[in-house]
Design a protein around this ligand. Structure first.
Ligand SMILES: CC(=O)[C@@H](O)[C@H](O)COP(=O)(O)O
Ligand SMILES: NCC(=O)COP(=O)(O)O
Length: 247
């Protein structure tokens, strides 16, 4: 297994700032190119059903201008499937979406929706897209993801990060252990394992140290940190912490 842990930089919240004023700046594509220059191995963008940050035209521009792979995050809807099949990104990460949520609250319930998701994923896989399921660490969700034909899972690290920042360290550590067990089980089943959501400089290292994890997707914190440091140093420091955790 390769030791290199890939960093996918999520540029959604560059678009959040742009949309707050209805301006044409800041440009998510410019941010993506800077992130690539700083050591990102790929770019992640989530086209939400309500288009609160990334827009259809951003996906088109990213697809045309990136030199690293695009990981297209999307809800499992017919509209998003059609968009993915039009652009053929390197990867699609299927995430649950609730219109009123502030952010993605939990993982997709793959186990409860296996027949539909099997049908949903097949044209994407047939088109050569790597399909990833954004799930919690429960064995039933991991098994279901393998069963429906996904090649990848992305483990939701939001609860682990929330427990860290709430100072609930026993619960944080229990969650980290469950993430590690989930990663090991998924790798045993032949799934490639990614992780992400809410990761920061303070929380990234223990997750990066889980050896079955091949990619971390990190966005909100990096864009926030870029306000103080600039995007390039923010990404470079995250890259450094990830590499150091890998030893
Ligand atoms: C699925 C996921 O974790 C990302 O899409 C990320 O959270 C950025 O998007 P939101 O802030 O809109 O949830
Ligand atoms: N899939 C997780 C992701 O892309 C980044 O999430 P966040 O760091 O913006 O919370």
């Amino acid at each position: 297994m390769s030791k290199k842990l890939r960093l996918g930089v999520n540029i959604d919240h560059v678009a959040t700032i742009r949309n707050a004023r209805g301006s044409s700046y800041p440009s998510p594509v410019r941010a993506a190119k800077l992130a690539e220059a700083a050591g990102a191995d790929g770019i992640t963008a989530h086209l939400r059903e309500d288009r609160r940050h990334i827009r259809d035209s951003d996906i088109e521009a990213l697809r045309a201008e990136l030199s690293t792979p695009l990981n297209f995050e999307m809800a499992p809807t017919p509209e998003m499937q059609a968009i993915a099949l039009r652009h053929i990104p390197h990867a699609c990460c299927i995430v649950p979406e609730k219109r009123e949520e502030v952010t993605t609250e939990g993982g997709l319930d793959v186990a409860a929706d296996q027949a539909r998701l099997t049908e949903y994923v097949k044209p994407l896989v047939d088109a050569g897209i790597r399909v990833s399921m954004f799930i919690g660490h429960e064995p039933a969700q991991i098994e279901a993801s393998a069963r429906i034909g996904a090649q990848v899972i992305e483990l939701h690290t939001g609860h682990y990060c929330d427990m860290h920042f709430a100072g609930r360290f026993d619960e944080r550590d229990a969650e980290l252990e469950a993430l590690a067990a989930g990663a090991a089980y998924a790798a045993e089943l032949g799934l490639e394992v990614h992780a992400g959501h809410g990761l920061t400089y303070d929380t990234v290292s223990p997750v990066a140290a889980i050896k079955q994890i091949r990619e971390l997707n990190i966005g909100h914190f990096l864009i926030a940190e870029a306000v103080f440091l600039g995007l390039r140093p923010a990404v470079e420091h995250m890259r450094h912490l990830m590499d150091a955790a890998r030893g």
